[in-house]
Write a protein that binds this ligand. Structure first.
Ligand code: NDP
Length: 277
């Protein structure tokens, strides 16, 4: 058996003549996915959700698990949603932790077919008070964390010629948000990442899309005052705060076979808040 497969960037892709060798074991953790017995089917995919312990990620993980997919749910705490599949402790700011979590997920569920890069943090401050550590930490989790996840799971996806990657960005990636320069920059970065990967991975049947939620009712938004929440609701055309399940429904479509001709898209799930951006 040929141990490697050549993936040439001459095939309608951006970098002429560059060749990538898709080794059988691209992980530092060496999982032989070619001999793994678990097969992917449209109703039984291997799904990895980062930040699946609560909020939007938990709703996404629960929806996939409820539909019969095999879900691995990554978070620092290692807590899983009650119906969200296998819970794995993982810090997306640490490459070794990500590689190990992907190894565990692959051993349990088979090579990852669907990646939802959802883990995210905020550290809101006005620019004059925003230290470099605050800027770098938010970028490291929200943007570089997504890069680490893609790096760890994409080899088998490309070899299998089928895959779905969804990045959870935010409405503020397009609109900007005072006091959130670090967060908005990280979320805008996900769009450039996704669209570049959509071009790189498209010829191999792997779609890469971005979901941009607006104001969603989770721990991340729970600390706002009632007055502030009322002001936000007033600015949303659908006049309500979104639920994590609203986001999960759009992720479900993008990762389904029905969503197979959508790539490089940024889909708002924001009740109309970001219209025009
Ligand atoms: P929550 O704060 O409720 O949950 C964040 C999740 O990310 C938790 O599961 C947390 O788990 C995990 N997480 C955070 N840091 C890390 C890390 N370094 N490694 C692994 N896991 C991590 O957030 P939401 O559910 O509200 O948000 C989910 C995503 O949606 C985020 O990317 C957020 O930016 C985005 N979003 C949210 C909006 C909202 O209104 N809620 C609006 C727009 C976008 P643990 O603490 O156990 O590590």
């Amino acid at each position: 058996m040929n141990p490697t497969e050549v993936f040439s960037f001459t095939d309608g892709l951006g970098i002429d003549g560059e060749t990538v060798w898709l080794e059988q074991s691209p992980f530092t953790t060496k999982v032989d996915v070619t001999t793994h017995p678990i097969q992917s089917t449209p109703t039984g995919r291997s799904v990895l959700v980062s930040g699946g312990s609560r909020g939007i990620g938990a709703a996404i993980a629960s929806r996939f698990a409820g539909d019969g997919h095999r879900v691995a749910n990554l978070s620092r705490s290692g807590r899983g949603a009650a119906s969200g599949g296998l819970a794995v402790a993982c810090d997306v700011t640490d490459s070794e932790s990500v590689d190990l979590a992907v190894k565990k997920a692959t051993e349990a569920n088979g090579p990852i077919d669907v990646l939802i890069a959802n883990a995210g943090i905020t550290d809101d401050k006005l620019m004059l008070r925003m230290g470099e550590d605050s800027f770098a930490d938010v970028l490291d989790t929200n943007l570089t964390g997504a890069y680490r996840l893609v790096k760890a799971v994409s080899g088998p996806m490309l070899r299998n010629r089928w895959g779905r990657i969804v990045f959870i960005s935010s409405v503020v990636a397009m609109s900007g948000s005072a006091g959130q320069a670090n967060y908005a920059a990280s979320k805008a970065g996900l769009i450039g990442l996704a669209r570049s990967l959509a071009r790189e991975f498209g010829p191999r049947g792997v779609t890469c899309n971005v979901v941009a939620p607006g104001f969603i009712d989770t721990d991340m938004t729970a600390e706002l005052s009632a007055t502030r929440r009322d002001d936000i609701v007033d600015s949303i055309p659908l006049s309500r705060i979104g639920s994590p399940e609203d986001v999960a429904a759009t992720v479900d479509f993008l990762t389904s076979d029905a969503g197979g001709y959508v790539t490089g898209a940024v889909i708002p799930v924001d009740g109309g808040l970001g219209m025009g951006h």
